[in-house]
Design a protein around this ligand. Structure first.
Ligand SMILES: Cc1ncc(COP(=O)(O)O)c(C=O)c1O
Length: 463
């Protein structure tokens, strides 16, 4: 099966015509068919390089949560490891050792009861980590049901409608009913009360997000756990919690150390995080850690040869790049707790100051202000009818800013917002340039007779 681009072929069927400077005049190189022969590497490089100039500038991409800047030393280490396959534990034992150290570091950071024995692994990102976390929840529930002699055909997973698409994929690919709590009024993420209402004996777990992709807000993990404790006391139904800490698991430990969201809460069975988001590594590395070996059923584990010994692995892919794991370890070593706290603290300072300045521009109202994840969402004030958030997004794109506009899900489809993800490499200075550009565009937008873009005509943005 070929996955078709929804708008038809992504590129015109024109062939490539190399520039004269390459002295290949007259030659045409097919775009969508393998060329008959070879090209000199410099020519091939230049053609690909030139085409990629049309991509947005990653450093001006305020939509992505993924790291867009790393230190040159980290880049050098990554280049040294481009050829290492993470699964070849026997051939690259030191890379495997660094992965285990990272798991131990994260186990300790997230207060696993026995960090020496931390159970976890690297993945390609939070999506894969979420699949593994979900699979462990499902298998544990199946085993418990079997031991009780009860049917296990209709598992469900409870979460807020604001979950990232990876949870929809998990539910779809592994036949688990998704029980979604809609948004209501100003409640734009999961609450404890609503979560518990949807739980029953077939609930394999509750997903709590730290923090929400839509607006950067933290879901109340401790309250959700307490409500589930109460449910168990009342009914005997024991529902574990998986924390999707894609971003927040690398933020909260450093700048919100008092917040109870991790393995300090006995009900938290597993946590995923994206090394390539606030873990500060280029894409793609993610992490999952279980509270203890019991939380990860033995029969999900595969064994690979490692220094003549057997090493447990749990992953969807077999081959996977080792460079990102090495870069994660570099960051841990280089920054330490204090360095991470400084980086995340600075991002939060930039986010809160920028959100205040945007609020001060006049037509905007903040939905969040960046004081949880360094991420905030804002909307147009009520009464602005002649332009939309999608027009604002298009207007600043003229200067290269990728500022996403989107509508919220059920029951707040009426809410259209813009969102800024502040991350390492985005300074107060750059934030000031963004505010200047927004300010410059407003008079033109205010004179516009009617909206030019809505969610159907603007560049689409999906969570
Ligand atoms: C809360 C949350 N979960 C999961 C994901 C998916 O993460 P990844 O892109 O690392 O697969 C994201 C990505 O933005 C996210 O914000």
């Amino acid at each position: 099966m070929t996955l078709k681009h929804p708008k038809g072929p992504a590129a015109p069927a024109r062939d490539l015509v190399p520039a004269h400077v390459f002295m290949l005049e007259g030659d045409e190189i097919p775009r969508h068919r393998l060329p008959d022969g070879e090209l000199p590497p410099d020519v091939a490089y230049q053609i690909v390089h030139d085409e990629l100039m049309l991509d947005g500038n990653a450093r001006m991409n305020l939509a992505t949560f993924v790291s867009t800047w790393m230190e040159p030393q980290a880049e050098r280490l990554m280049a040294e490891c481009f050829d290492k396959n993470m699964i070849d534990k026997d051939e690259y034992p030191q890379t495997a050792e660094l992965e285990m150290r990272c798991v131990n570091i994260l186990g300790r950071l997230w207060h696993a009861p026995d960090a020496e024995q931390a159970t976890g692994c690297s993945t390609t990102g939070s999506s894969e980590a979420a699949m593994l976390g979900g699979l462990a929840l499902k298998r544990r529930w199946q085993q418990r049901r079997a031991s009780e002699g009860k049917p296990a055909e209709t598992p469900n997973l409870v979460m807020g409608i604001n979950v990232q698409v990876c949870w929809e994929k998990f539910a779809n690919y592994w036949d688990v009913e998704m029980r979604l709590v809609p948004m209501e009024g100003d409640r734009l993420h999961l609450s404890a009360e609503e979560a518990v209402e949807l739980c029953d004996e077939n609930t394999i777990g509750v997903i709590a997000i730290l923090g929400s992709t839509f607006d950067g807000s933290y879901e109340p993990v401790a309250e959700i756990c307490a409500a589930l404790d109460d449910l168990e006391a009342r009914t005997g139904v024991d529902v574990p919690v998986h924390v999707d800490g894609a971003s927040g698991a690398f933020v909260a430990p450093f700048v919100d150390p008092e917040l109870d969201w991790d393995f300090r809460l006995p009900r938290v069975a597993s946590i995923n995080a994206s090394g390539h988001k606030y873990g500060l590594v280029y894409p793609g590395v993610g992490w999952i850690v279980w509270r203890d070996a019991e939380a990860l059923p033995e029969d999900l584990i595969f064994w690979v040869n490692y220094l003549g010994d057997n090493m447990p692995t749990f992953a969807l892919n077999f081959s996977r790049p080792g460079a990102q794991v090495v870069a994660q370890y570099y960051n841990f070593l280089r920054l330490g707790f204090g360095g991470y706290a400084k980086v995340q603290g600075y991002a939060r300072e930039v986010a809160t100051r920028l959100s205040a300045e945007i609020a001060g521009l006049g037509p905007f109202e903040l939905i969040t202000n960046g004081d949880e994840l360094p991420v905030f969402a804002f909307k147009l004030e009520d009464g602005v009818e002649n332009y939309t958030v999608f027009d604002v997004s298009s207007a600043v794109r003229e200067r290269g800013w990728l500022l996403p506009a989107y509508t919220f899900p059920k029951n707040r489809e009426d809410l259209a917002a813009l969102r800024v993800v502040v991350k390492r490499g985005f300074s107060h200075d750059m934030a000031g340039l963004l505010v200047d550009d927004l300010r410059k565009q407003l008079p033109r937008l205010e004179k516009q007779p009617q909206p030019a873009h809505d969610s159907t005509t603007a560049t689409s943005f999906h969570h």
